[in-house]
Design a protein around this ligand. Structure first.
Ligand code: DHB
Ligand code: FE
Length: 280
């Protein structure tokens, strides 16, 4: 049986990928951030998930405003890094697990989460930067990846509570798959940031700390945060944090094993949190 053994919440700032790709990850600006990634990279090497369900958002790379899907599950054999304007990142191709993905799509839809299904999808920094955060610069990613893409960029985004419940349905989907697989789930994006308008550059560390402090033991406080509160407290892109709630909903009794927070990284309060499922 497949089993979710670990969860990760991490920011996906594109400059983190660029710093790694261009060998600048230990310069004066990025060292405090990347030094903070080392313990998490050591930890995930020990956990060694076979498959990562990677909850992320597309930034108008694979999809445009012509078609806005609330939730899209990738069911392909693999996903190529997207060209976001500077050419695709020179990171390894992302291998999927088509059969497991298809099982998850069936389970979610029969559980009344009517996700869209992608047979082909390029993946942008929303997906590839979290892999860099956790795995550094390998020649091949050491896990298969199932992408779950969430609309957080265009109103009306799903509620945090819907995301939390989708996480629970994902756990059920994973645990009804017969192959013995160790699965980790990554919730990505955030933390507070605003890339546009009068408040561009907004970072609210107090909000970010509150989010990190409640994620393990009081997620219901977080799943009650509405769109306006995200906008006001965490900036216009802070709502990316609802994707962390999908990860948290997929864990039953998580133990926090590591946390790191550093600001600013580009325009963002950059957070990282790692959980292990107690029963695993
Ligand atoms: C930045 C953060 C993001 O989440 C993103 O998608 C793009 C840019 C930033 O802080 O620069
Ligand atoms: Fe983003």
């Amino acid at each position: 049986m497949a089993k979710i053994v670990a969860g990760v919440g991490t920011s996906h700032v594109p400059t983190i990928g660029a710093a790694s790709d261009n060998g600048k990850d230990r310069n004066d600006y990025f060292k405090p951030l990347f030094d903070g990634y080392d313990p998490a990279r050591k930890w995930i090497k020990k956990i060694k998930p076979d498959v990562v369900i990677l909850v992320y958002n597309d930034h108008a790379s694979a999809f445009s405003v012509e078609l806005i899907n609330t939730f899209v599950l990738g069911v392909a054999d693999g996903y190529a890094p997207a060209d976001e304007g500077y050419g695709p990142r020179k990171v390894p191709y992302v291998h999927g697990h088509a059969d497991f993905s298809s099982h998850i799509s069936e389970s979610l839809i029969f559980d009344e989460f009517d996700i869209a299904i992608a047979n082909e999808m390029n993946v942008d920094h929303g997906l590839t930067v979290p892999l860099t955060v956790m795995y550094g610069k390998p020649t091949e990613w050491p896990c298969k990846v199932i992408p779950l893409c969430v609309n957080v960029i265009k109103y009306p985004q799903p509620t945090g509570n819907r995301c939390f419940n989708l996480g629970k349905a994902l756990k059920k989907a994973v645990e009804s798959y017969p192959e013995d697989l160790k699965v980790a789930i990554f919730g990505t994006g955030g933390m507070s940031h605003q890339l546009q308008g009068e408040r561009a550059g907004l970072i609210n560390s107090e909000f970010d700390q509150m989010f990190l402090d409640n994620l393990q033991s009081k997620p219901e406080i977080l799943s009650g945060i509405g769109h306006t509160e995200y906008l006001r407290e965490a900036g216009s892109e802070g709502i990316e944090l609802i994707m962390w709630l999908i990860m948290r909903g997929a864990l039953e009794d998580p133990v926090e094993v590591y946390r790191h927070y550093h600001k600013p990284v580009s325009n963002t309060g950059a957070g990282l949190i790692c959980f292990e499922e107690r029963a695993s």
